[in-house]
Design a protein around this ligand. Structure first.
Ligand SMILES: O=C(O)Cc1cc(O)ccc1O
Ligand SMILES: [Fe+2]
Length: 435
């Protein structure tokens, strides 16, 4: 499927699906071309500083108020929202799961969300939830928007077509898509079932991290972010719009598609990004830097350097560090780390952390290479080595991740995970020689 996108991160875009549909020189003409209605969608308060001010103008067949009749509550029992603290019965500890199997049952992007952890507090726009999605069928005449946060979608297997008010996005393993808060969309799997991860960000929008001394290039480059061109449906058949609002779900019936935006302009819009275009910068001589060098995007918390969420990847890269232990070091971290594996192997855990799987190393819980990875890396010949066909990621947050009942009871939970560190031997024998 060839879809068209506009390059750039946070640009002031403009696009029209019909020639002349986008008003020029003003936002609110007395009458819009084609009889469209003008509507502003604000992602930041009106008065946010210029650099953080985000809004788009949508020119649509009907204003969104025509999309909402009376809402009625609807239950999506597996999609949880922080604060959600349950007595799941598991002892404190590091956790790891194998992949959640994709079932035979019919699951859409909405009914197929399975929350693994929640963190922070949706009511104060802080924190996140980590979900797995399992999609076996398209949302049919079914549309959704999330008032609780933006959705960072990380496909792990299979591909998705995401038709948003702003246009169409397709993503597969290695890509991500971000759907901002309040944007209506529908999802269909492409060519078979799909599974992946979602970070639901209740906080400030994801943005690109500062590069500091790295300078103007590398890491995630703005031009590799792609925003769809305008596309719309003029469909007058029964449709449903589901809204997630402060953790609850509500649905309303309408008689047309809400994806009726013929033209739009602005800097608040969905986008996709190919993680393989991330240009890693790392240790060129010795030692292992902090994983923050691999931050693709960050959701700031207001406190400098303390992210609401950092989205970090561990992509293909060369390892060249001399006289160094190359994999991650042993550590304890104030931030809480939820990890997933899109494909390949992760150098700190060559066994047990499998594609589609997840691990959780919460605030101040020690972790690091398993016994096998430690032995291998501390005795390996340190010639340049390329880590190929590998893509892991981390949702790192300042808030502790709370497990859901679903996650605690998942059959793929590896109850023996901590055993991976059991065989780390005492090497200290009183002599100064490295062992
Ligand atoms: O725990 C992990 O595997 C993620 C991680 C990787 C790394 O290179 C350094 C620190 C860190 O938390
Ligand atoms: Fe870690």
């Amino acid at each position: 499927m060839t879809l068209r996108y506009m390059p750039g991160f946070g640009n002031d875009f403009e696009t029209e699906a019909l020639e002349g549909a986008l008003p020029q020189g003003q936002n609110s003409p007395q009458r819009c071309p084609y009889g469209l209605y003008a509507e502003q969608l604000s992602g930041s308060p009106f008065t946010a500083p210029r650099g953080a001010n985000e809004r788009s103008w949508l020119y649509r067949i009907r204003p969104s108020v025509k999309h909402v009749g009376r809402f009625r509550p609807v239950d999506l029992p597996f999609w949880k929202t922080a604060p959600h603290i349950v007595r799941h019965g598991l002892p404190l500890g590091q956790l790891r799961w194998g992949p959640v199997p994709i079932p035979d049952e019919k699951l859409t992007f909405l009914t197929g969300i399975r929350t693994i952890t929640t963190a922070g507090d949706v009511y104060s726009h802080a924190g996140m939830a980590a979900h797995v999605y399992l999609v076996t069928e398209a949302m049919m005449d079914e549309y959704f928007y999330n008032a609780d946060g933006e959705l960072l979608i990380v496909p792990q297997t299979g591909a998705l077509l995401i038709f948003t008010e702003f246009g169409k996005i397709s993503v597969g393993p290695g890509d991500i898509a971000v759907i901002p808060r309040g944007v209506k969309f529908t999802v269909a799997p492409i060519g078979g079932p799909s599974r992946g991860y979602v970070c639901e960000n209740y906080g400030a929008k994801l943005t690109l991290p500062e590069r500091g001394p790295i300078g103007a290039n590398c890491l995630a480059n703005p031009r590799d972010f792609k925003t769809p061109v305008a596309a719309f449906e003029d469909k007058e058949t029964p449709c449903r719009v589901t809204v997630k609002w402060c953790g609850d779900f509500h649905v309303t019936d309408i008689d047309h598609s809400p994806l009726d935006v013929v033209a739009w302009h602005g800097n608040y819009a969905p986008y996709k990004y190919d993680l393989r275009t991330f240009s890693p910068v790392g240790a060129l001589l010795f030692d292992h830097p902090d994983p923050s060098i691999f931050t693709v995007m960050t959701s700031p918390s207001g406190e400098a350097g303390t992210a609401n969420i950092d989205f970090v990847i561990f992509p293909e890269r060369w390892q060249v560090a001399e006289h160094s232990f190359r994999p991650p070091w042993y550590h304890m971290n104030i931030m809480s780390e939820f990890m997933g594996l899109i494909y390949g192997r992760y150098d700190a855990k060559e066994e047990g952390f499998t594609p589609g799987g997840m691990s959780l190393h919460n605030c101040m819980l020690p972790h690091g290479p398993d016994a096998g990875a430690f032995e291998k890396a501390s005795t390996a010949e340190l010639k340049p080595v390329k880590l190929t066909d590998t893509l892991a990621f981390m949702f790192e947050t300042r808030f502790a991740h709370q497990l859901t009942e679903f996650a605690a009871q998942l059959p793929s939970l590896q109850h023996d995970y901590v055993e991976c560190w059991r065989d780390i031997a005492k090497k200290f024998d009183g002599s100064p020689e490295p062992k």
